[in-house]
Write a protein that binds this ligand. Structure first.
Ligand code: F6P
Length: 342
């Protein structure tokens, strides 16, 4: 069988490990051959391909990013997008497509598979960990590790100057990175998109931390919102899935905290550092296993499915299940970490 592979959406550590797992098992065990599509859905849309064989995947396991490139191209918004994809797959004699992506990329794969008869298998990825149907997505563990290291470092500089340090992490709709890294790094305030925050309460926590002679670290997810406000936007621009560019809530918070408490505050925005570079051992392990199971699903022609982690098992679920609902931080979990606030 000739199998197409693409990586779409924001890149994340572990994408190359999936590609390597797919190709190694696909060639060695099943005798399939592969074609890589460049830059997410742009590849099949424009027929832009790259060679994908065993030499092409040699040495890529620890490499961040994706050898296939990525984009947020949405073929459902393009004129004739579906027909162009079908034509290009036929031209390349591709019989099945493995789509590695998050909510948006997999949303397209689900529709292509369920409504348009394009045989797809999905692999979930996102540093945000907000896809339902899987316990974890790869990339998340690496991002949490990077954010935790940053928080550790910020504690010592905050305390030397007795300042507030606000750390803005990624997390558009879900505060998983904020909660995990904030807990692991000993943050004094953690703010997430799922729970609107009260700036007065944040300032009260900051003040109580100073009273105990320590400098506070405030971890905020980029999508967090004040009780009586809206998300802070980078600018008004939208990507082709209609998402606005976030980032700015950290700066906003530092200014408000300074104004309301009289304490000096600084902001560190971790941004794409959380997405770049080598994947953690856990992410390599998860991504590789996802790759091995994805090619099994293709081989068995079990299309319209996505591989998912349940406990320590890799299972298959309908792609549509993973994209119909976001996995957000449970209020009980958020309440649990609240014992460390202030
Ligand atoms: O992929 C998810 C994510 O990292 C979000 O946390 C963030 O809001 C977004 O991507 C940033 O996207 P871009 O790199 O396209 O600005």
């Amino acid at each position: 069988m000739r199998v197409g592979v693409l990586t779409g959406g924001g890149d994340c550590p572990g994408l190359n490990a999936v590609i390597r797992g797919v190709v190694r098992k696909g060639v060695q065990e099943y005798g399939h051959d592969f074609v890589g599509f460049r830059d997410g859905w742009r590849g099949p849309l424009e027929g832009d391909t790259v060679r994908l064989d065993i030499p092409a995947v040699r040495g890529i396991l620890p490499r961040g990013g994706t050898i296939l490139g990525s984009s947020r191209t949405n073929p459902l918004k393009m004129e004739d997008g579906i027909r162009r994809i079908k034509d290009n797959l036929a031209k390349q004699e591709v019989e099945a497509l493995i789509a590695i992506g998050g909510e948006d990329t997999l949303g397209v794969a689900a529709r292509l598979s369920d409504e348009y008869g394009v045989p797809c298998v999905g692999v979930p990825k996102t540093i945000d960990n907000d896809l339902s149907a899987t316990d974890y997505t790869f990339g998340f563990d690496t991002a949490v590790g990077i954010a935790t290291e940053a928080i550790d470092r910020l504690h010592t500089t905050a305390e030397s100057h007795m300042r507030v340090l606000v750390v803005e992490v990624m997390g558009r709709h879900a505060g998983w990175i904020a909660v995990h890294s904030g807990l692991a790094g000993g943050a004094n305030v953690i703010l997430i998109p799922e729970h609107r925050f009260d700036i007065e309460q944040v300032c009260a926590w900051v003040t109580s931390r100073f009273k105990a002679s320590y400098a506070p670290i405030v971890v905020v997810a980029e999508g967090a919102m004040p009780k009586d406000g809206d998300v802070v936007l980078k600018d008004g621009s939208l990507d082709s899935f209609g998402h606005v560019r976030l980032s700015g809530v950290g700066e906003w918070l530092a200014k408000e905290i300074e104004k309301r408490t009289g304490k000096e505050a600084r902001t560190t925005v971790l941004g794409h550092v959380q997405r770049g570079g080598t994947p953690s051992a856990f992410d390599r392990w998860l991504a590789t296993r996802f790759g091995l199971h994805a090619i099994d699903a293709v081989h068995e022609r079990d299309f319209g499915k996505m591989v998912a982690l349940r406990g320590t098992d890799i299972v298959r679920v309908p792609i549509a299940d993973a994209t119909s609902r976001l996995k957000t931080v449970d209020p009980e979990l958020y309440a649990e970490v609240g014992v460390f606030f202030g």
